[in-house]
Design a protein around this ligand. Structure first.
Ligand code: CAA
Length: 254
């Protein structure tokens, strides 16, 4: 099951399937996709944290018992469902943070990679072990791992299926920080982000998501255009006025 808990403008989404180390079956992944869709459209949700229930696992991957019975068409649908969830984390107009407690393997690592920011507990173990099952990463791992860690690191990890601990994950840039309890760190940053202008965050996310693809000159031009447009927002006026008046800004999201 998927738990959604709100604390002011931040939302904690917890994947809770303890009998399978939070591995995702169709029901759980569909529920996750549906909750993420709702949160993407919900303006009162300003930052979203994704985590796994319990101490042992963030998500131990796609459910292998379920996958072992799939034919080609069913496997394509299963891949598409995971991609939908990843795409929502990557593109929803607000920051998404993965709080990785324990195993984040296969599809679990891929969901974390789709988030904007990743924090890990010292117990975290991350990797793409699909090759050991005779398959490939299917929810974005062949693309997003390279975007986050560079192509050389990504190829080694997906080809070998090697699992890395928190320290190595930090060193290779797979996670942004390592801290126990990881949820405290994620909550602290989510609360900070929820206090900033949601318009600025949405636009920065959109632009940053273009950084590693498309045409560089066009992307820079889009930044220039957007930089100009944001000056029509109340938040821009408030932010700059507050600086001049030597006070804290209060962003309204308009
Ligand atoms: N799918 C289904 N069940 C899983 C699972 C998974 N991905 N991961 C763990 N479980 C289940 C185990 O089968 C076990 O259930 P039973 O007691 O009913 O057999 C229970 O969770 C506890 O797991 P273990 O007894 O194996 O616990 P452990 O501490 O010895 O090992 C582990 C933990 C290293 C995470 C190990 O369970 C493991 O290797 N899991 C599979 C990891 C994996 O390969 N993930 C990638 C899946 S493929 C994928 O995700 C494709 C994609 O890109 C979309």
């Amino acid at each position: 099951m998927i738990k959604v808990e709100r604390e002011a403008a931040t939302v904690l989404v917890t994947i809770d399937r303890p009998e399978a180390m939070n591995a995702l079956d169709v029901a759980t992944l569909t529920e996750l996709r549906d909750r993420l869709r709702e949160l993407a459209a919900d303006e009162s949700a300003r930052a979203v944290i994704l985590t796994g229930a319990g101490e042992k696992a963030f998500v131990a991957g796609a459910d292998i018992k379920y996958m072992s019975g799939l034919d080609v068409e069913q496997a394509k649908e299963w891949g598409a469902l995971g991609h939908e969830a990843g795409r929502l984390l990557e593109t929803m107009p607000k920051p998404t943070i993965a709080a990785i407690n324990g195993f984040a393997l296969g599809g679990g690592c891929e969901l974390a990679l789709a988030c904007d920011i990743r924090y890990a507990a010292t117990s975290a173990k991350l990797g793409q072990p699909e090759v050991n099952l005779g398959i490939i990463p299917g929810w974005g791992g062949t693309q997003r791992l390279a975007r986050v860690c560079g192509l050389g690191v990504a190829k080694e990890l997906i080809f070998t299926g090697r699992i890395v601990g928190a320290d190595e994950a930090l060193r290779i840039g797979l996670v942004n920080a390592v801290q126990d309890p990881v949820l405290d760190k994620a909550r602290e940053v989510a609360t900070l982000l929820a206090s900033k202008s949601p318009i600025a965050l949405r636009l920065m996310k959109e632009l940053a998501n273009r950084a590693l693809g498309g045409d560089h000159a066009e992307n820079l031009a889009a930044e220039g255009e957007t930089f100009g447009e944001i000056f029509s927002s109340e938040d821009a006026k408030e932010g700059m006025t507050a600086f001049v008046e030597k006070r804290e800004p209060r962003f309204s999201g308009r």
